[in-house]
Design a protein around this ligand. Sequence first.
Ligand SMILES: NC(=O)C1=CN([C@@H]2O[C@H](COP(=O)(O)OP(=O)(O)OC[C@H]3O[C@@H](n4cnc5c(N)ncnc54)[C@H](O)[C@@H]3O)[C@@H](O)[C@H]2O)C=CC1
Ligand SMILES: O=C(O)[C@H]1O[C@H](OP(=O)(O)OP(=O)(O)OC[C@H]2O[C@@H](n3ccc(=O)[nH]c3=O)[C@H](O)[C@@H]2O)[C@H](O)[C@@H](O)[C@@H]1O
Length: 485
Amino acid sequence: RVNPQRAAGMSTSGDAQATRPPHQPIRRICCIGAGYVGVPSSAVIASKCPDIDVTVVDISAAKVAAWNSDRHPLYEPGLSELISQTRGVNLHFSCDMIGPLEGADLVFICVNTPTKAYGLGQGKAADLTTLEAAARHIVRTASQPKIVVEKSTVPVRAAESICTILRANERPGVRHTVLSNPEFLAEGSAVQDLLRPDRVLIGGERTDEGQEAVQRLVSVYARWVPKERLVTMNLWSSELSKLVANAMLAQRISSINAASAICEATGADVSEVALAVGADSRIGPRFLCASLGFGGSCFQKDVLNFGVPCLNLPEVARYWESVVTLNQYQKYRFADKIIVDLFNTVKGKRIAVLGFAFKKDTGDTRESPAIDVCRRLIDEGALLRVYDPKVASSQIRLDLNQPEPDEASDAAVLTVRLLSCEGAHAVVICTEWSEFSQLDFGRIFASMAKPAFVFDGRNVLDHEALLRIGFRVRAVGKRLDCGGV
Ligand SMILES: NC(=O)C1=CN([C@@H]2O[C@H](COP(=O)(O)OP(=O)(O)OC[C@H]3O[C@@H](n4cnc5c(N)ncnc54)[C@H](O)[C@@H]3O)[C@@H](O)[C@H]2O)C=CC1
Ligand SMILES: O=C(O)[C@H]1O[C@H](OP(=O)(O)OP(=O)(O)OC[C@H]2O[C@@H](n3ccc(=O)[nH]c3=O)[C@H](O)[C@@H]2O)[C@H](O)[C@@H](O)[C@@H]1O
């Protein structure tokens, strides 16, 4: 069993390396999970470590086939280029769940760990089914010792469960080691984040074998990450640090979004407030953009997961839950403002929605705030035209529970393209794609029903210019044409 008593303080890689004998270099890596984390991480390792062979495996044959083709299953700037340099050289994608694993020195677990959708802890706890399946698969398959690296985001002490499963099923003489190496990349900048990480955390047991495994993984990252950014610590600190980081980032957005509601009520401007607050070096300027709410597959999941109902800390749980509650409020506050400002009814009105991904530079729609906003408008009888440069129309229909259009698609509730804004009562910005600020709003205005509204859920447009054209403009945390001082 993992022994938490052996845990020691945090250190950076240089300290430990100096006192230890040279360790066996990592030659082969198997990554379980060909998703947003597994593939960029593997591609960066392959490109930075030509002597390491990396194979990404997944239970989804369709996904593996797509990674082996030129039509990759997800969009991430710079990733296709990396893959074209390394695929077939030292980066491979495979459905063979046995061979690559058996040959690997080190196995990254990068499977999804979503919020439980059923039973005990439904809607809050992490569903660790895939993580456990991966651990059982490793121990069933491996006839040689492996370094098993938990890269998926997990509740604190998940490594203990993995370890227990491994220990109970290991073959005689085969002892695997578990490390925590949480990933901090953000979608849309994954490749850059991996190439230049603020820090790489590696948590391991403070036993000789645990520390040997830590150093072997350190030596992989040390090829391109400065050693002062390679931070080693105990397993539980590493697992918890990931959750705290995401929870604090989400909390920051909910804080500025709470301020945005006060701005709208008072006439203060949230961009000015963010500038002033962020100038304090203790706070810093990043991650203070008020919005229609945060999205993505992780923030809500990790904040709730961090609320730790099982640890019986109800005050702590309530504190973190309020970050999510405020986010829900912000999404519906934005949607309801559209309805109220369009004279309390959107029934039968055309509304052009620009952007559907949860942020720019990704095609990912998981927990996108656009979904809640669009659903609210559809429920109120609006006719939506949704456009996103990177989200497939079939995905938008799936997220909004709308069937594929038939011949009479113009009468459909949802049109997933934007031929024009002709006849629309409002343009709604849900994602901050750069191309939206380049649109010819003069022409758009001319084609729209009047009065013509713009609801900027990301504060990315030139509001003064829009007002001059004649739009009624609503933005997050600002009073524009409705009575500011
Ligand atoms: N998406 C992101 O930006 C980040 C995600 N994370 C964390 O990383 C983990 C993975 O997230 P994503 O890459 O977004 O998920 P994803 O859903 O894109 O990819 C997970 C992949 O694992 C595969 N998989 C599931 N069970 C498997 C099994 N038993 N054997 C083989 N393959 C299996 C799935 O088919 C899927 O392709 C999660 O814990 C997430 O919280 C951490 C940092 C950033
Ligand atoms: O664990 C994870 O999955 C990752 O979650 C986030 O990354 P990601 O969700 O990809 O994207 P972010 O840039 O953090 O944005 C999250 C959401 O917050 C919104 N946001 C972000 C910043 C801001 O100032 N305002 C704001 O509304 C974004 O539009 C988006 O909807 C973290 O930034 C990563 O460090 C972490 O690894």
